[in-house]
Design a protein around this ligand. Structure first.
Ligand code: NDP
Length: 331
């Protein structure tokens, strides 16, 4: 077994706030794996918009906090209670807390063994956002192969958006992507969107009505939230499905539920964790995701690989709408 270091590098938040609260440290105590846990040496850490919610305090957590929700690396050691299915040295990825560090104690139930054809970088780039797209398509939108429905993806060149566009177009949906610049629209088109709308310059509702010849879109995937919710209800088709994926522009305020009756809209606000609640679900969907990657049907698109010490710049870029695809931290 390799020696376990006494200290590690990581990023600590002492209290919620702006990017300045992300403190890079090189002398943090190494977590000791408790019952059912494995100590993982992280190689690549995925950055997700949810990391900014925990940093700002929109989502609550006890402080001081080492945030971060996904990473890939190798097993360094395990608590004696953990079975031998994750031997020392095996390559793993996980969706679990405290990933912004060189070492993380992860519940073995959350570990995913990486197949030979999937690199640590691919896994850290794909897991959270790819599984969000896949499960929301399958479980929330109930879309299967050959579905010809109109789907609208907001922030279509972003992390989750890039996966949604690739998967929905591969499934035969008619995909409209919104994005905040001409360059982002071009990227969304390259990834499979049949139509794009520049959300900073064009009237999105009018454009959707024009593209769909007045019908509206059948399914909307909305990770923007507060800024787009009202217009979603205007451009959704009768009996459409509105999936509120997240809150990049802020949380949607309380609203009058009777508004859904105008078009018999189905409204969902799912969480990925609710679709991966069991080991079977986690294994089933991660296998499907890895198979798609290995077949070349879907690709990882990386915006930038940042050094862990540059995490504040990465958060600024993400919140400043300067990024496309995935942001990664490396150790
Ligand atoms: P993205 O890479 O998509 O980044 C967010 C994008 O949102 C920006 O690039 C920008 O794209 C757009 N945006 C529009 N308005 C704003 C604004 N005011 N501030 C910041 N961004 C804005 O991030 P992720 O892929 O990590 O996440 C996308 C969404 O999905 C988030 O809301 C996240 O919380 C959610 N999510 C939810 C999950 C769940 O379980 N429910 C799981 C994973 C993600 P543009 O400039 O093109 O408009």
């Amino acid at each position: 077994m390799p020696p376990i270091p006494k200290t590690m590098t990581g990023v600590v938040i002492d209290s919620p706030g702006g990017v300045e609260v992300l403190k890079y440290k090189t002398d943090l105590p190494v977590p000791e794996p408790k019952e059912g846990e494995v100590l993982v040496k992280n190689e690549f850490i995925g950055i997700n918009f949810i990391d900014t919610y925990f940093r700002t305090g929109l989502y609550k957590a006890p402080y001081p906090l080492v945030t971060g929700k996904e990473a890939a690396g190798t097993v360094l050691t395990a608590h004696s209670s953990v079975s031998s299915s994750f031997p020392v040295g095996s390559r793993v990825a996980y969706l679990a807390d405290h990933a912004y560090a060189s070492l993380t104690a992860v519940p073995a139930a959350k570990l995913i063994r990486l197949p030979d054809g999937i690199s640590n970088l691919q896994a850290a780039s794909a897991l959270l956002q790819g599984l969000t797209a896949l499960t929301f398509i399958r479980e929330a939108a109930e879309i299967t192969e050959g579905d010809g429905r109109w789907c609208l993806v907001h922030a279509a060149a972003g992390g989750v958006g890039t996966w949604l566009v690739q998967m929905l177009s591969a499934l035969g949906c008619k995909v409209i992507g919104t994005a905040g610049s001409v360059e982002k629209c071009e990227l969304a088109k390259k990834n499979g969107a049949g139509w794009t709308i520049n959300s900073r310059e064009e009237d999105v509702v009018a454009k959707v009505k024009e593209i769909t010849e007045g019908k509206g879109v059948d399914v909307i995937f909305d990770g923007v939230g507060k800024a787009t919710f009202d217009s979603d209800l205007e451009m959704i088709a009768r009996k459409g499905t509105l999936i509120m994926v997240g809150n990049a522009s802020g949380a949607v305020p309380p609203f009058d539920i009777l508004r859904l009756g105008a078009k018999n809209v189905k409204l969902l606000r799912p969480m990925l964790s609710g679709y991966l609640a069991t080991r079977e679900e986690t294994e089933k969907y991660s296998k499907e995701l890895f198979d798609m990657l290995q077949s070349g049907k879907i690709e990882v698109k990386i915006h930038e690989i940042y050094e862990l010490k540059d995490v504040a710049r990465a958060h600024s870029d993400l919140e400043g709408r300067k990024t496309t695809g995935k942001l990664i931290l490396k150790l």
